[in-house]
Design a protein around this ligand. Structure first.
Ligand SMILES: C[S@@+](CC[C@H](N)C(=O)[O-])C[C@H]1O[C@@H](n2cnc3c(N)ncnc32)[C@H](O)[C@@H]1O
Length: 240
């Protein structure tokens, strides 16, 4: 795809789940890349990014390579090894597409590989193909405004702790909790039950066949939430 003797590393955002939400550029890059890397959580057979992109990959002429990582906890050396594996193809002149669910630079594993390759092989060209994020996809499926005019939006990765959630709700108009686990769900349920929220929207697997959207956590059982779940919250402000 490039005239450079080195391959180009493409971080390809494949969007939230609906294959129609890949960009034209993502599809073009995916189809043209001889090597496609797909990150896969250790112990999981479910790669949402690959499910989305699969129909654009032709395994009779493209190599599909799995890069295993530990969800939320892979060590630096895991990413260094993945980066070096990928760099070998790039140094041999082959373009590599690295799949990322949603957008590559929003909590995407591509960024670890990208920074490693930038540091070790600064001569290798890199392009990032942005994707539709799960945040905008979830809001669109729930049909709720996220923020307008001077309003503030905060994004919190819930699995890393939300002890400051009350404070974040007070300082922002809309709060997105990503990487929702049972603890986060329980904390948000308590705030809702205590009447502290003016908005509490749960979205799982937005834009996929397993999508679930609920406007109260009273309708959600802990087992309804999986890794691809998010909460969109607003605290009660004066007059709400
Ligand atoms: C590692 S982050 C990846 C975010 C992704 N790069 C993006 O741009 O949306 C994974 C988190 O994104 C959220 N997420 C990803 N896909 C989703 C979907 N289809 N529906 C709802 N939330 C989703 C969940 O909160 C999940 O825990």
């Amino acid at each position: 795809m490039t005239n450079n003797p080195l391959g180009c590393l493409y971080g390809v955002g494949v969007g939230p789940g609906d294959p129609e939400l890949l960009t034209l550029k993502a599809v073009r890059v995916l189809k043209a890349s001889p090597v496609v890397f797909t990150p896969q959580a250790v112990g999981s057979k479910d790669s949402l990014a690959l499910t989305v992109a699969r129909s654009y990959i032709d395994e009779s002429r493209q190599r599909l390579i799995y890069a295993s990582f530990i969800m939320g906890g892979s060590s630096d050396s895991v990413w260094s090894e993945a980066a070096e594996r990928i760099a070998r193809y790039l140094l041999d002149g082959e373009d590599v597409a690295f799949l990322t669910q949603g957008d590559p630079l929003l909590y995407g594993s591509f960024m670890y590989v990208m920074t490693k390759i930038q540091a070790a092989h600064p001569q290798i060209p890199i392009e990032v193909v942005p994707g539709v994020t799960s945040i905008t996809a979830s809001a669109s499926r729930a049909k709720i405004p996220l923020v307008s005019h001077g309003e503030r939006l905060a994004v919190l990765p819930a699995m890393y702790g939300i002890d400051d959630l009350r404070d974040v709700l007070a300082r922002n108009d809309t709060v997105i909790l990503m990487k929702v686990n049972r603890r986060a769900l329980a904390a948000a349920s308590k705030l809702e039950a205590d009447g502290e929220l003016s908005r509490c929207v749960f979205v799982r697997r937005a834009t996929t066949p397993r999508e679930q959207v609920a406007f109260s956590l009273r309708d959600i059982a802990p087992e309804d939430a999986d890794y691809f779940s998010m909460l969109i919250l607003s605290g009660k402000k004066d007059g709400t």
